[in-house]
Design a protein around this ligand. Structure first.
Ligand SMILES: [Zn+2]
Length: 100
């Protein structure tokens, strides 16, 4: 895998302060969720920001053929820091989704 780790790539990324699902204001120091997708041209690109209550546990449903990830981080000064990967859906992982 030559792709950079999404958590490392998105660490420190600038993000909005409103949850994309419930519109709640994300306060400084709150944990927040971020959904990002890999693009061959643009690299890891942030798509959605959620408050912790709205952040899904996993990428569901995964997008066929896409490498996507849900990240958790701490919202601080309009950036997401201390980012970790909560879930990641790889393009060729569909067959594994049924396995518990
Ligand atoms: Zn929310």
């Amino acid at each position: 895998m030559s792709r950079p780790d999404p958590a490392a790539a998105m660490n420190g990324v600038g993000t909005g302060h409103l949850c994309d699902r419930c519109n709640r204001r994300i306060q400084h120091g709150d944990r927040a969720g971020l959904y990002c997708t890999w693009y061959e041209r643009g690299g890891w690109t942030p798509r959605r920001t959620w408050c912790l209550d709205c952040c899904p546990e996993e990428v569901d449903p995964g997008t066929e053929g896409a490498d996507e990830a849900i990240l958790l981080g701490v919202f601080f000064a309009h950036r997401l820091v201390s980012v970790t990967v909560r879930d990641r859906s790889l393009p060729n992982q569909e067959a594994n989704d049924e396995t518990v």
